[in-house]
Design a protein around this ligand. Structure first.
Ligand SMILES: Nc1ncnc2c1ncn2[C@@H]1O[C@H](COP(=O)(O)OP(=O)(O)OP(=O)(O)O)[C@@H](O)[C@H]1O
Ligand SMILES: [Mg+2]
Length: 373
């Protein structure tokens, strides 16, 4: 929109802008310009009339235009004389944050340059607003999803875990009473299936707790060597079933540690069961521990399928499973390492992996001991 109360100037500028392909609304009067601005949303207003002699100052008019359409960009044309008025016009333009002020008489090419810049700004502003709106909307959706997810997990925790405990408990009891071999076999299946379900659900519940920052860690003085022996006795049976040679290297003397024995047992169990899962029959899994000046570090080495360089950084991410692992379908969610890493981190420790595709992997974690543990 162009406004200038000096007709020759208005005509001259209008012609130049037209030639350059702009759509223009040319106005001689302030009232007329405001009426136009109320009817349509201009990208840029060029105000040439209102500075020195008119009743409405450029800033007043700008305020009115912005009230009609806040996104409008504004350029004012300032009379060169009297000097005082010119200075005042420019100062006001700067203070009010207008896009540009150009001294009269206006060179059309200077004005076109300035208009182009203003239009660019107008478009960028629109793009920003659109992106912000999209971001806000997707944030809202994510928020809803998160709430839904937390509620869902909480529901899983209470509504599924309880009946499952009953199924497992009663079927274990039946196992001791039944004599018919077929019935015993069925009952065994019920027991082992309910154990698998229980592990899966526990992992989901742990993940929900991690996501809401409420994973329960109960730290007490503990004997880590004892934890290792307990895990060993459980994994040994499991490895044997899978025809994997499982061994634990002789343990060094392990200093006392403050930590959650059950949770740290869960970490080691996860690493050992992974090693057994992802190692073909006849392979081997070796656990060893080392004590340095500040840390106890435990490593689980296997001769299994290994992990490619590309996949290696992803294995600790929730729900991630390599393609090869998915083909082996062991019925896990891809949460074991996520949970293990969280538990180790909550003990101030660190966790890592080295692996070569087709050759095997070494997963390790290190826990600080002493005053800080
Ligand atoms: N010892 C290993 N050798 C090869 N790949 C492994 C090993 N340990 C983990 N992985 C890879 O990392 C992925 C993630 O392991 P993670 O323990 O988190 O999940 P998962 O074993 O698939 O399922 P679950 O939730 O039951 O543990 C596995 O699916 C597998 O692809
Ligand atoms: Mg696992």
């Amino acid at each position: 929109m162009l406004l200038d109360n000096f007709k020759p100037e208005l005509m001259n500028l209008t012609r130049s802008l037209w030639k350059d392909g702009y759509e223009i609304s040319a106005n001689l009067q302030v009232a007329q310009a405001l009426e136009e601005a109320a009817l349509q949303q201009f990208q840029v207003a060029v105000l040439g009339a209102a500075m020195a002699f008119a009743k409405t100052t450029g800033v007043d008019l700008s305020k009115k235009l912005r009230a009609l359409y806040p996104e409008i960009r504004i350029i004012i044309l300032v009379d060169r004389y009297p000097l005082q008025a010119a200075l005042q016009g420019i100062t006001q333009a700067v203070e009010f944050g207008l896009d540009d002020s150009i001294l009269k008489p206006v060179d059309p090419s200077v004005l076109i340059f300035s208009i182009n810049r203003a239009i660019e700004k107008f478009k960028l502003q629109g793009e920003n607003a659109r992106l912000l709106k999209e971001l806000t909307e997707s944030n809202d959706r994510l928020g809803q999803l998160n709430t839904f997810q937390s509620k869902f997990f909480a529901m899983v925790a209470h509504d599924i875990k309880n009946p499952l405990t009953a199924i497992k408990g009663y079927s274990e009891m039946l196992l001791r009473k039944l004599e018919d071999p077929k019935a015993l076999q069925y009952c065994n299946t019920i027991v082992s299936s309910s154990k698998t379900l229980e592990t899966l659900i526990s992992d989901l519940v742990d993940l929900a707790a991690i996501q809401s920052g409420k994973l329960r860690i109960n730290k007490q003085p503990m004997d880590f060597a004892q934890v290792m022996r307990e895990v060993q006795s459980r994994v040994e049976i499991y490895a044997k079933q899978h025809d994997i040679q499982f061994s634990v290297k002789e343990l060094p003397s392990i200093p006392p540690l403050v930590g959650d024995a059950q949770r740290l047992g869960q970490v080691l169990t996860n690493l050992c069961t992974n090693a057994v899962h992802y190692t073909p029959a006849k392979g081997s899994v070796t656990v060893s521990a080392e004590v340095t000046a500040k840390e106890i570090s435990v490593s689980v080495q296997d001769t299994g399928i290994g992990i490619s360089k590309e996949d290696l950084p992803k294995v600790f991410s929730r729900f991630f499973q390599t393609e090869k692992a998915q083909q082996m379908r062991k019925g896990g969610f891809g949460l074991g390492l996520t949970i293990a890493q969280e538990i180790v981190a909550s003990h101030g420790g660190r966790m890592g992996v080295e692996s070569e595709l087709g050759k095997g992997s070494r997963f390790y974690f290190a826990l600080p001991y002493g005053a800080g543990s």
